[in-house]
Design a protein around this ligand. Sequence first.
Ligand code: HEM
Length: 154
Amino acid sequence: MSFSEKQEALVKEAWEIMKEDITALSLYFFTQVLEIAPAAKGLFSFLKDEEEIPLDNPKLKSHAVKVFKMTCEAAIQLREKGEVVVSGSTLKYLGSVHLQKGIVDAHFAVVKEGVLRTVEKGVGEKWSEEMKGAWSEAYDQLAAAILAEMNKEA
Ligand code: HEM
């Protein structure tokens, strides 16, 4: 099934709302990820030696924002081109960072669940099955592109 204008609009709409409260939502995102997979703590430089999830850590916020923003960009590309195209150097970088950190397929599923929970929290009453579907599809395609690059480099 192709990605519709409506789906693209739902992803963008959510991101516009989330931006307003992105510091708190970044924290919420990592809280969810660690609730789903406590072992993921050891993967992140800014979490592994911490008792609590650090409030206001720029690296934490940066990773959360990248995931949301790139999913949003993926949605735009899916609608425009029918596929996710990450520029060569960015994709290579994403591939090597995650490969080096020991990230595997299953981690992407955990992060996906964290993303969906955070979007749900962020948009409140605007949350819908359709919005969930649009975010899921865009995230899956982005994750597949990163994983393909990782497999190429491995
Ligand atoms: C680093 C993006 C999924 C774990 C990074 C970086 C980017 C990025 C851009 C470089 C550092 C930064 O700018 O923050 C993404 C995107 C993802 C994704 C777009 C999915 C669509 C994941 C998943 C995991 C993960 C599933 C594992 C649970 C990490 C780790 C680092 C990293 C451990 C190194 C950060 C550090 O320890 O300081 N990611 N990532 N990422 N990513 Fe991801």
